[in-house]
Ligand binder design. Structure first.
Ligand SMILES: Nc1ncnc2c1ncn2[C@@H]1O[C@H](COP(=O)(O)OP(=O)(O)OP(=O)(O)O)[C@@H](O)[C@H]1O
Ligand SMILES: [Mg+2]
Length: 280
């Protein structure tokens, strides 16, 4: 895989004008008949199974397309398969059966090294527990994915500072995680996720450990990133968080039982639509 096949390495500050009509792009995510089972025999857990085939009763698997620029909230009770789905979408785990095309690439055909390249270049991860490196400054945390991608030091620093500025943390670049509030730590994690200009942001309960003020701050940043063209898939338990998405999927027992569109793919996310409508 070469840099030319990857999304333009734009600077975060310039990404606002990067939106392109969804119709011209292939879906970022195409999954077909995807299943994930853990264990064997009677102890098998079908974490992702989709509907059961009428004749055989076998799991048919989950199928789903996510368009470029969409903002999808995945909801469902504990154990319904949300993290299993997210881990497969993020190429952190492999399905038991089925196909997954990420940006048109069949990731089932990639080896470990190619998968880690895909993770690094195409996906930005945000986790509930921030997953920052201890005793490491905010600037160094955000530079890390660029270091893995082989970006030179001066460019790394410039882009990491731009990403920190985008999340409002320019003043905290030299702070270590234990010198930051929870909300600030999550904003560092968001800066780290977006600094490589990935095609897709994957967030597993990104506001699960935050108070309501920090939740608002982090969601506002994610809303802005989506408005500038980033595809977002976000797992949440909370209706107030799901209201920010353009589309809401509900999982029950490893199956998508509802898929509701709240706003068009090709437009601002709901929270920003209200603002856009208010302008002359
Ligand atoms: N490594 C594993 N081995 C066996 N079973 C697993 C494993 N990981 C997940 N499971 C099972 O798969 C099902 C789906 O788990 P998953 O973590 O995807 O749920 P979730 O929707 O993310 O739940 P939560 O909201 O609690 O995070 C659960 O029944 C879980 O017990
Ligand atoms: Mg989970």
């Amino acid at each position: 895989m070469t840099a030319r096949q990857l999304p333009a390495q734009q600077q975060p500050a310039q990404q606002r004008s990067a939106r392109q009509p969804a119709a011209q792009q292939p879906p970022v995510i195409q999954i077909r008949h995807l299943t994930k089972a853990y264990g064997h025999g009677d102890a098998t857990v079908h974490a992702l199974r989709g509907p059961l085939a009428p004749g055989t009763g076998e799991p048919e698997g989950v199928s789903l397309d996510v368009e470029q620029g969409d903002y999808v909230a995945v909801m469902g009770s504990s154990g319904s398969g949300k993290s299993t789905l997210m881990n497969i979408l993020g190429c952190l785990d492999v399905p038991t059966a089925g196909r997954y095309l990420l940006d048109g690439i069949d990731v089932g055909h990639l080896d470990e090294q190619q998968l880690s390249l895909v993770r690094n270049r195409k996906i930005g991860f945000i986790f509930q527990s921030f997953n920052l490196v201890p005793r490491t400054t905010a600037l160094a945390q955000v530079e890390l994915p660029l270091a893995y991608a082989g970006v030179r030091a001066a460019e790394r620093r410039r882009r990491a500072l731009a990403a920190l500025s985008l999340v409002g943390l320019s003043e905290r670049a030299g702070h270590r995680p234990n010198e930051l509030s929870g909300g600030q730590q999550q904003r560092v994690a968001v800066a780290r996720a977006l600094v490589t200009a990935p095609a897709m942001l994957l967030a597993d309960e990104p506001t699960g450990n935050l108070d309501s003020r920090s939740t608002r701050d982090v969601l506002a940043i994610i809303d802005d990133l989506n408005a500038s063209g980033r595809t977002v898939v976000l797992i949440t338990h909370e209706d107030e968080v799901a209201e920010h998405a353009k589309r809401v999927l509900r999982l029950v027992d490893g199956q998508i039982v509802s898929d509701v569109r709240q706003a068009p793919v090709d437009g601002p996310p709901p929270a920003l639509r209200a603002l856009a409508g208010a302008r002359p």
